[in-house]
Design a binder for this molecule. Structure first.
Ligand code: ADP
Ligand code: MG
Length: 330
């Protein structure tokens, strides 16, 4: 594979994914642009159904045949869309690693954790000896802060707690020193303390190994401490994007503001949290114009007529008519 070392690690341009089914086509991803550099963390945030996992699966080329994908996904300058499956298999698990919310389903219940990491290692490096793979597996478990890694390597997945299992899955994902790690809701099933520990492990990998991390979550709070940049998705589009501090302190989109308002406040509770009322539209039933309009308290007539485009002001890109409307006023 020809890679261009000076190209961004991951560059997504006008990605669209349409699922074709008996009820007709449904557009899950409606043209998104994203970029991620080596050693950086890009957080992708949005409610369930906004298209986060489909974006990840499109990058990994793991969508079912019913999915029609257009646009461009470049890994180190190399186009992945349309790449032959055998080439893509070489990239997955070697240069691009993945971690999911539910590690139990990713492990084989009848093999020890150590055996499975060895298998992942030897799949991509056939010259590695059994003993060499074993040593490396223990080293990897140590890298993700699993105590007594030597003993743990000989245990089965069911003998691990949820948090330990997620660490083991990270160890497996980084086994072949990938350049890019895609984590889809890796901490969602874990309690807050364990969640913080996993985020810590991921931070260290980024710092020590220079891995670029695409971090998917429905929880804007998790992104705050973990990401450099954040993209907020709503109904298959990016509605706001920027450096994490800029988005947290000067977000303009009513959806992002709603997500921020629903976050627990530091230092205890000030009454009930205010989640955004209503639910996202179904893919086949998107309203005309801005998909967030039916839930938006400040919508103007234009919002029902035209799809707002991302416009960048003060380092934050926002797709909202109101915002661009007022900013454009003298
Ligand atoms: P999330 O942001 O929760 O990860 P997803 O990316 O999984 O959301 O889903 C985005 C939309 O695409 C949802 O409406 C979902 O129902 C739809 N979708 C996902 N996978 C498929 C599929 N294989 N076939 C049809 N629709 C799908
Ligand atoms: Mg998902």
């Amino acid at each position: 594979m020809n890679v261009h070392e000076d190209a961004p690690l991951l560059e997504i341009r006008d990605l669209r994914v349409t699922f074709n089914g008996p009820a007709g086509p449904a557009e899950a991803i409606c043209g998104i642009d994203l970029a991620l550099d080596a050693g950086k963390v890009l957080g992708i945030v949005g409610e369930s159904g906004s298209g986060k996992s489909v974006t990840m699966m499109a990058v990994m080329q793991l969508l079912p045949p019913s999915a029609e994908i257009t646009g461009s996904v470049k890994f180190k300058g190399h186009e992945l869309i349309g790449l032959p499956p055998q080439e893509m298999r070489k990239l997955r698990g070697a240069r691009i690693g993945m971690i999911f919310q539910d590690p139990l389903s990713a492990f084989n219940p009848v093999l020890t954790i150590g055996e499975q990491i060895c298998e992942a290692l030897r799949l991509h490096d056939r010259t590695l000896s059994r003993g060499g793979a074993r040593d490396r597996a223990v080293e990897l478990l140590e890298m993700v802060s699993i105590p007594q890694p030597d003993r743990r390597a000989r245990q089965f997945p069911h003998e691990f707690s949820g948090g330990m299992r997620q660490r083991a899955m990270i160890a497996m994902a980084i086994a072949n020193s990938p350049d890019l790690l895609i984590a889809d809701e890796p901490t969602t099933a874990l309690d807050v303390t364990v969640q913080a520990q996993i985020l810590d492990v991921l931070q260290r990998l980024r710092e020590d190994l220079g891995i670029g991390l695409m971090f998917i979550t429905h929880d804007l709070g998790v992104v705050a401490g973990a990401a450099d940049e954040v993209a907020v998705m709503y109904s298959g589009r990016i509605v706001e994007r920027g450096a994490v501090d800029d988005v947290f302190y000067s977000s303009h989109h009513p959806y992002t503001r709603g997500l921020l308002a629903a976050l627990p406040k530091l230092g205890g509770s000030d009454g009930p949290l205010t989640p955004i009322e209503g639910t996202p539209p179904s893919l086949r039933n998107r309203p005309p114009g801005c998909a967030f309009r039916p839930r938006c308290h400040i919508a103007i007539p234009l919002c029902g007529a035209a799809q707002p485009a991302l416009a960048t002001i003060a380092n934050v890109s926002t797709a909202c008519h109101l915002f661009s409307h007022f900013e454009a006023m003298p």
